[in-house]
Design a binder for this molecule. Structure first.
Ligand code: PEP
Length: 255
């Protein structure tokens, strides 16, 4: 059995100025020290990527963006491209977050273009999938996740797939305080791994990390992180404060 290193990723969303971001990431870096048991990723707003990147020099924390455009450059007012992110030493990018899907009309096809562009530019996509409450109540969870996953990863080669990170984020659990039970989450994670096996083969499917996201916090992390197919967390609210984020890194280290 392949041992997947756990990953704790913080999605700061539209919070924190550049100065506030530096303060937070300094606190996080100080508190986690030089641990290497868990991979740690912070995704500040775009305006803070440069300052946070500088602050992280020499630290064992990776830098991620929250979104990007699929074209490398051009007349796309307000957008940021993959090469621009690479230029700031960004290594990861969250794509297909449910807020991008619901509030900014991003569909699977657009998200797929972004995934392919990120991979081409050697950025690791953190591709988010997940069902709404209505979809869960209608019994459509697995169908929705399958559609989002297959469409989001269309055209991704086996070699590229190994560097993709997935996040299962039930929309009804994001920012609501309603966390999925560990059984609910594990069921979907196992299903995702099965799909990955069909798409890319067993070896790659066993390597790809699948994060859980949705109101994860230190008080509920142990049980979630103990599940076979949960390889870490994508954290919103609890990533905005050093203490809770670092406690999640510690929970992952002992899981
Ligand atoms: C998220 O937005 O990716 C998320 C998981 O948020 P929260 O932890 O606040 O539910």
């Amino acid at each position: 059995m392949i041992l997947r290193k756990k990953l704790i990723a913080g999605n700061w969303k539209m919070n924190k100025t550049s100065a506030d971001s530096v303060t937070l990431v300094k606190e996080i870096a100080q508190q986690i020290g030089r641990q290497t048991e868990v991979d740690v990723l912070v995704c500040p707003p775009a305006t803070a990527l440069e300052s946070v990147g500088r602050t992280l020099e020499g630290a064992n924390i990776k830098l991620g963006a929250q979104n990007m455009h699929f074209e490398a450059s051009g007349a796309f007012t307000g957008e940021i491209s993959a090469p621009m992110l690479r230029d700031l030493f960004v290594t990861h990018v969250i794509l297909g977050h449910s807020e991008r899907r619901a509030l900014f009309g991003e569909d699977d096809q657009l998200i797929n273009q972004k995934v392919l562009s990120a991979l081409k530019t050697e950025l690791r996509p953190v591709l988010c999938v997940g069902e709404s409450l209505e979809e869960r109540e209608a019994g459509d969870t697995l169908k929705v996740v399958q559609t989002q996953l297959e469409a989001g990863l269309a055209g991704v080669s086996n070699e590229q797939a190994a560097s993709v990170i997935l996040a299962y984020e039930p929309v009804w659990a994001i920012g609501t305080g309603k966390v999925a039970t560990s059984d609910q989450a594990q069921e979907v994670h196992a299903f995702i791994r099965e799909l990955l096996t069909k798409l890319f083969g067993e070896t790659i499917a066993q390597k790809v990390r699948i994060l859980y996201g949705g109101s994860m916090k230190p008080s509920n992390a142990d049980e979630l992180l103990a599940q076979t197919d949960i390889d870490g967390g994508l954290i919103g609210g609890a990533a905005l404060e050093a203490r809770s984020f670092v406690d999640l890194v510690k929970a992952a280290a002992k899981s």
